[in-house]
Design a protein around this ligand. Structure first.
Ligand code: PLP
Length: 404
């Protein structure tokens, strides 16, 4: 019965062009990758779909630091942080991250997690206890949505970027802890949350802000410290989550917040307490990644990325207008080309793939129905020629519209 049910569900997905398939990369994360079945000869693809915004996932110095960490600390941590898995490498990483966020969050401490998904579950369940209310932005990442589902707090959603609506919701709410929950850079749209406005609301209504900077940390800000540096924000009310598997190129995530909040998470957050600590070597490698992000090389990589974003938007704006598609309003490395129909988005993605270019087609439920899109992501390791190749291929795929 179960297998029949699931087979029917799979057929339904297929009929709606919603089947998801994994591709196997035979080479390291980079714009030029070899991709193919496990026993086939892989084909070269130019990819615009990773979140490796600074091109650090395959950086020799970070890979070497990972190897060095493994020689020093071995392969595994052996236990959870509260049992015996917490190493000097984890502690050094947390100390450095706390220093990075200190200009933006008074008395900041940092807590390292195995993944951003877990960090989000941890923060939302530990702070969103019964009696509290989570005010969740409509386009939040799935991990924040799941955290809100798991939390005992009441959950209210506010429309995307709508400060007036949130203001009214906060005003209507009396008593109990109020937590505003938002992505900083929206993962499928690339636009940035109005955090200064959110902070003003938080102050007016005595609320706190949980901000998930998965796509900002490393990529935004003069020193790569993320969206708070980019927007010049500072407040005790900020509870910041940064992930370390995207621009930082390795794995894991961290929460940075007032020391009292971090202490509370260490003692109460189940996704922190009941899981084996990440390998210390990973934390060790991240220290090298942070050094690169903050230094001259990081600055150059962010500048290169900024130049590529401008080139891509310039070309895509014209093509989108011709095709009747919408290029999302985004200044970040995430550039959504909204096609609308699921099958049309898949067809466009397939046309690019036929030319050796890989761009993910994002369909519901990841994005709202009718807004299927190509999610183009850029990395500092792309070249201007790579971007031009993408623009040329999209130009060839633009559907011909009948003349009026
Ligand atoms: C990727 C992502 C996460 C999850 O982080 P992982 O470290 O990959 O688990 C959380 N929030 C947002 C907005 C993300 O894009």
């Amino acid at each position: 019965m179960l297998l029949e049910q699931l087979t029917r569900a799979a057929a339904d997905r297929e009929a709606q062009a919603l089947t998801r398939r994994r591709r196997i990369a035979h080479t390291a994360c980079a714009p030029h990758q070899s991709v193919g079945a496990i026993d086939a000869r892989p084909v070269p693809l130019l990819t615009f779909s990773s979140n490796d915004y600074l091109g650090l996932a395959n950086h020799p110095a970070i890979a070497e630091a990972l190897a060095d960490g493994a020689r020093r600390y071995g392969a595994g941590s052996g236990a959870s942080h509260l049992v015996s898995g917490h190493s000097i490498a984890h502690a050094q990483l947390e100390q450095e991250l706390a220093r990075w966020l200190a200009p933006h969050i008074p008395q900041a401490q940092a807590l390292y997690f195995c993944t951003g998904y877990m960090a989000n579950l941890a923060v939302l369940t530990s702070l969103g206890t019964a009696g509290a209310t989570l005010f969740c932005e409509a386009l939040n990442h799935a991990s924040l949505i799941d955290g809100a589902r798991l939390a005992r707090a009441d959950v209210q959603r506010y429309p995307h970027g709508d400060l007036a609506a949130l203001d009214a919701q906060l005003a209507a709410h009396t008593g109990g802890l109020k937590l505003i929950v938002t992505d900083s850079v929206f993962s499928m749209d690339g636009d940035i949350a109005p955090l200064a406005g959110l902070l003003a609301l938080a102050e007016r209504h005595d609320a706190w802000i949980i901000v998930d900077d998965a796509h900002g940390f490393g990529a935004l800000g003069e020193n790569g410290r993320g969206v708070l540096e980019h927007l010049g924000l500072r407040s005790e009310r900020l509870i910041y989550i940064g992930t370390l598997g995207k621009a930082a190129g390795v794995a894991g995530a961290f929460v940075a917040a007032h020391a009292t909040i971090i202490e509370h998470l260490v003692n109460t957050a189940r996704p922190y307490i009941y899981t084996t600590a990440a390998p210390p070597a990973v934390a060790h490698a991240l220290l090298t990644s942070l050094t690169i992000i903050a230094g001259e090389e990081g600055r150059q990589r962010r500048a290169q990325l900024g130049g590529l974003i401008a080139t891509l938007r310039d070309g895509l704006g014209r093509l989108a207008a011709q095709a009747g598609w919408t290029l999302g309003e985004s200044d970040t490395a995430i550039q959504p080309l909204i096609v609308g129909d699921n099958a049309a988005a898949l067809a466009l993605s397939a046309a690019l793939e036929a030319e050796g270019i890989r761009v993910g087609a994002i369909r519901p439920p990841t994005v709202p129905a009718g807004t299927a899109r190509l999610r183009i992501t850029l990395s500092a390791s792309h070249t201007a020629q790579d971007v031009q190749r993408l623009l040329d291929a999209i130009a060839r795929a633009v559907p011909h519209r009948e003349a009026a």
